[in-house]
Design a protein around this ligand. Structure first.
Ligand SMILES: Cc1cc2nc3c(=O)[nH]c(=O)nc-3n(C[C@H](O)[C@H](O)[C@H](O)COP(=O)(O)OP(=O)(O)OC[C@H]3O[C@@H](n4cnc5c(N)ncnc54)[C@H](O)[C@@H]3O)c2cc1C
Length: 375
């Protein structure tokens, strides 16, 4: 995005990547269909030490601008849910589009190219295993640490540190959360169960599915919550967001229901979950024999199930890296380092991390476009 927009401004652009294939993260994104933007993207969808920092770039290149580009390339797409736009066929179309824009603007690719050293005098001097380059503007767009198996590296953070910029502590985000030992023992048998829930972490709530896994919890609502989660935090899960469960159970009891609690609960939640949860928290008996107070406590647990994750599933599984190059050290409108004229950081390497749903690509496009106006 940055390369071809700079090329359109008649800059002479070379794009260096240590991968031999272009846009590998785009290719695997969105289950192979790239959730390339979200029509509702706005500053409130991003986490950053400075929540205002992303405003300028996001305003300068909007989801509509990217949609117009996609339409110009006749890529067919659809809204899956919640404003999330996906390719109808393949993420490859997005990569092809970006490559073709680069080619048209004269931006050249050097793939499989390892950067060995960066020095700055009057200009930047980049030594690589495939020749040396000199440039007045150097844009670091090396992404975060997620999925090292396809080329993610901490390179961008090291360059930032080399030039005296600060790094906001990084952590895996948009990632599954692992149970502690006790919960794992009790709930691992639920692997595969999925429940429409409301998940709240640090005061931010998401209403989507959660998925029990062999190590803990995943699914869109958990991935979203993981963006706000830090070690030691609990998350609250309401497993019946549509229903006043207390009122429902007490009414069943008043109406003389003689079914066992776990059978009643299985009317609202998957049977496997109901069996396990009842066994753990209120051994199942006919509901008529259970005291109102115990029923109310049980319902409270299902409406506000407190889980204290032991950790995340790590960078190997995370969709993004939270944290990164400190926004205090960058100019918001250009993404240029305040103290190092000509050095720019864009995309995921910056301490701006989006929620799940196309927001991270929109930040990558918008920040790339912003920097391209100044390089
Ligand atoms: C499985 C998965 C699915 C995702 N799905 C979506 C989605 O559908 N929608 C969405 O908005 N976001 C999604 N994301 C997040 C999104 O892919 C990233 O936020 C986005 O790609 C960041 O763009 P970027 O250009 O900053 O970095 P990247 O896309 O990671 O690109 C960084 C580039 O730098 C290169 N590089 C790294 N280190 C070096 C080095 N030392 N030397 C030379 N080159 C280097 C890499 O090879 C890579 O080509 C997903 C992420 C994952 C892991």
């Amino acid at each position: 995005m940055c390369a071809f927009n700079a090329g359109r401004r008649r800059r002479s652009v070379v794009l260096l990547d240590h991968n031999v294939k272009v846009g590998r993260k785009i290719l695997i994104s969105g289950g192979g269909r790239c959730n390339f933007t979200n029509i509702n993207a706005g500053p409130s969808n991003y986490v950053s030490a400075n929540p205002h920092f992303c405003k300028s770039a996001l305003a300068g290149y909007t989801p509509d601008d990217f949609i117009a580009l996609v339409e110009r390339h006749r890529i067919r797409f659809h809204e899956k849910k919640l404003g999330q736009l996906f390719c109808n066929e393949s993420s490859q179309h997005i990569v092809n589009m970006l490559v073709s824009e680069c080619e048209q603007s004269g931006a050249a690719f050097r793939l499989g190219c390892r950067v060995l050293k960066i020095e700055k005098g009057d200009s930047f001097h980049i030594a690589t295993d495939n020749g040396d380059y000199r440039c007045r503007s150097l844009v670091i767009a090396t992404g975060g640490l997620s999925i090292p198996s396809i080329g993610a590296s901490g390179f961008g953070y090291r360059v930032a540190e080399q030039f005296g910029l600060s790094i906001v502590k990084t952590s895996p985000a948009l990632v599954g959360l692992n149970f502690g030992e006790k919960e794992l023992k009790e709930l691992a048998e639920l692997a595969g169960v999925s429940i429409d829930s409301q998940v709240t972490c640090q005061g931010v709530s998401f209403r989507e599915n959660i998925l029990f896994t062999h190590t803990g919890l995943s699914g869109p609502a958990i991935l979203q919550a993981s963006l706000y989660w830090s070690a030691g935090n609990s998350i609250s899960i309401n497993l019946v967001p549509e229903q006043d469960l207390t009122e429902w159970l007490l009414r069943k009891k008043r109406d003389g229901a003689c079914a066992e609690l776990k059978v009643l609960v299985a009317d609202l939640l998957p049977k496997r979950f109901s069996d396990s949860f009842c066994r753990l928290y209120l051994p199942s008996r006919p509901v008529s024999e259970i005291a109102d107070k115990a029923l109310m406590e049980f319902a409270g647990r299902i409406r506000d199930w407190q889980v204290k994750p032991a950790g995340t599933a790590g960078y190997g599984k995370a969709e993004v890296t939270r944290g990164g190059v400190a926004t205090d050290d960058l100019v918001a409108r250009s993404l240029e380092a305040r103290k190092v004229p000509g050095l720019y950081f864009i995309g995921e390497v910056v301490d701006v991390t989006g929620q799940l749903g196309g927001y991270n690509f929109q930040w990558a496009w918008a920040s790339g476009f912003a920097a391209a106006q100044y390089v």
